[in-house]
Design a binder for this molecule. Sequence first.
Ligand SMILES: Cc1cc2nc3c(=O)[nH]c(=O)nc-3n(C[C@H](O)[C@H](O)[C@H](O)COP(=O)(O)OP(=O)(O)OC[C@H]3O[C@@H](n4cnc5c(N)ncnc54)[C@H](O)[C@@H]3O)c2cc1C
Length: 531
Amino acid sequence: MNAADSTYPVWGWSRDPAQAPTAAALDELGPLVAAQLGLPAQPAERPAALPELPADRVSSRLPATIRELASAEPIDRARHGLGRSYVDLIRGIRGDVEPVPDVVLRPRDESDVVAVLDWCTDAEVAVVPFGGGTSVVGGVRPDVGSGWHGTVSLDLERLAGVAEVDPVSRAARVLAGTAGPALEEALRPHGLTARFFPQSFERSTVGGWVATRAAGHFATRLTHVDDLVESVRAVTPAGMWESRRLPGSGAGPSPDRLLLGSEGTLGVVTETWLRVQQRPTVRWAATLGAPSFAMGCEAVRQIVQSGVLPATCRLIDARESATTATLDTGEAALVLGFESTSAPVEDSAAWALELCSDAGLRVVESGSRGSAGEAWRTSFVRAPYVREQLVLLGILVETFETAITWERLDEFVARVTERTEAALAAVCGGGRVTCRLTHVYPDGAAPYFTVMAPARRGSEVTQWKEVKAAASDAVIAGGGTITHHHAVGRDHAQWYAEQRPDAFAAALRAGKTAVDPRGVMNPGVLGLTAS
Ligand SMILES: Cc1cc2nc3c(=O)[nH]c(=O)nc-3n(C[C@H](O)[C@H](O)[C@H](O)COP(=O)(O)OP(=O)(O)OC[C@H]3O[C@@H](n4cnc5c(N)ncnc54)[C@H](O)[C@@H]3O)c2cc1C
């Protein structure tokens, strides 16, 4: 298959077919899978060609003004029907891409978005907003249920760029389709940064971050995009929804709060004012070894409760530390970092090290980023590319994340790990579950689990569903949240329903009906369907 025929843009991390994993790279990785992960690699799978897609029910009915925005190219339709969960990768690689949207619409401006939502509401066509398509929870999968005369994927890529920078209040008006690298590029000449780096930074968009309440990689202080959002502007089927730019407000329930995390079910976020910052110039980093994950947790709790707030505070269990080449000593690794725009950070760093030492941790390296911290960083950035190679080699690989208060953390992590490992043993004949803390708060932390197991070719989707259900049941039974930052989408809706109060669910449904009376906006996501 040459690059032009490649389905890689449908399921791969890059849109560039030339970035698809090569046979040589897969040959090289195969033996390492057994050696480093203890899992049997299978012969590399050759992705299937794109099958013939179901007929497009929408394009021919579009009014001429909207037809200008449309693409019904098979590769475009297939790409917009898949996010980037393990199941999405498998389905894309196998050519099992249905359901696909009938058509992809790319609005040029907000008035196009208004026109599309008006037409779709009248025509009873479901609308799935699409940012970077990096959802790992089925958020962009057009599995909208029956009763629709078609589905449109509304790709915001043309609504991109930084429209305005306010250097006095230090905020920027950013269009929803702006991807992470373009945002930073536009802010750099102003000496500013959004300082928001989710692992999907390369591909995900500002609108997607707002819609899913994404979290960046910094561990404390401004963790979720919520903390950066000053105001939001969105188009709903019932009209515009725009909040005031305010540094804070106590005026009733916040309009921003309702849009944040609405995952395309209430309307289309078209732009947002984000709080931005001066670029940091002072940095300090250290890697420490902890005799056990629990001892590392105790050190981290002492640090965040003492009032110092490290930018990076990733506690990685021993197994994952070894795999990511962060620390290969059988210890859990704590990657710690402080940064500031100008103020010295040495005192905070020294204080954190003292607390770590009291908690029984040892310093492996400190003062600069160092090789262990650098190894962890490289592995973090490369992870999406490595993951797709592992999938091609027959490894089931997925992550899930949650949050829990400190007093329950140790038992919770043990129980979720145990239940997930038991499911892997039953469903895959074995596998590994590792854990790290990605975000830490004075009252708790966000454990992030990575699951890897030998997949049975042809049964991966069933296998994953069973493992996912066991893990999600354990998270909810243990008192955690079904997601700390990966969002709810369609895949977590069942557990989100268990977690949220019934009265809140009723209020959310009523709110949806008010702004989206026909229920065209992303039906099924958050468990919200047309009433
Ligand atoms: C390898 C990998 C790493 C990841 N790392 C992180 C991480 O570090 N932190 C994190 O929080 N998440 C992470 N994610 C999950 C994902 O990147 C986030 O949910 C991200 O915010 C999605 O942004 P997007 O632009 O890709 O949105 P999409 O995937 O396109 O859409 C996500 C949801 O938001 C809706 N939506 C998108 N744009 C809009 C809009 N403008 N208006 C209304 N609704 C909209 C969609 O309909 C969908 O329901 C990761 C995913 C992968 C695959």
